[in-house]
Design a protein around this ligand. Structure first.
Ligand code: PRP
Length: 195
């Protein structure tokens, strides 16, 4: 696999493509043990989870269904808010299902707590959570994910699905933006040119 040079808006890479691949293989092996002989429903939390969901799913050896939930907590900013909105939920019931929630990052824990409670209130048989990144220093709840790819310090990270102003989700690694990008007047963002 040929790696791209680091994006000019990035200060540094926190998790490169090779490290992400290794994490997906390790988490996949653990989940294959957890769900051997079961048919879980994968409940993927949009939008940030999509690259991780794709790569992690390639490791699964069990049968599974896919459902999607969408929520918003950052609301375009760099810090998570206390208000979590669920704006998409599966039509099919989660009743009696073994549900595996897949997340890109757990920060305050408010999003995942709300989604897990909603799945349990629908009568899910079991609910487990796998996340690529865990940021325990950001926690506003006591939530602990069942499976964690990497624990990171309290940094605002983008790439590999994660965004700043909805951008950088396509970058194949996780990194930290330059302070000049974060502090830039929004009207000067490179993607605003020509508007
Ligand atoms: C991010 C991330 C998690 C959530 C974590 O999503 O994908 O779902 O925030 O934050 P929390 O633990 O503090 O609740 P976001 O709300 O930015 O939506 P997006 O994935 O569509 O960008």
């Amino acid at each position: 696999m040929k790696s791209q040079p680091i994006h000019p808006d990035f200060d540094r890479v926190l998790l490169n493509e090779k490290e992400i691949e290794t994490i997906c293989k390790e988490l996949g092996a653990k989940l294959n043990k957890e769900y051997a002989g079961k048919v879980p429903t994968i409940l993927a939390v949009l939008k940030g989870v999509t690259p991780f969901l794709t790569d992690l799913s390639k490791e699964f050896t069990f049968y599974c269904d896919y459902e999607y939930v969408a929520s918003s907590s950052y609301h375009g900013g760099v810090v998570t808010s206390n208000w979590v909105e669920i704006y998409l939920w599966p039509r099919l019931t989660l009743r009696n299902k073994d549900v595996l929630i897949v997340e890109d990052i757990v920060d305050s824990g408010l999003t995942i707590q709300k989604i897990k409670q909603k799945a349990l209130s629908e009568g899910a048989k079991s609910v487990k959570v796998v996340t690529l990144l865990d940021k325990p220093e950001g926690r506003k709840t006591k939530f602990v994910p069942d499976y964690i790819g990497k624990t990171i310090p309290k940094l605002f990270v983008v790439g590999y699905g994660m965004d700043f102003d909805e951008k950088y989700r396509n970058i194949p690694y996780v990194g930290v933006l330059k302070p000049s990008m974060i502090n830039m007047n929004p009207k000067d963002y490179p993607w605003k040119k020509g508007e």
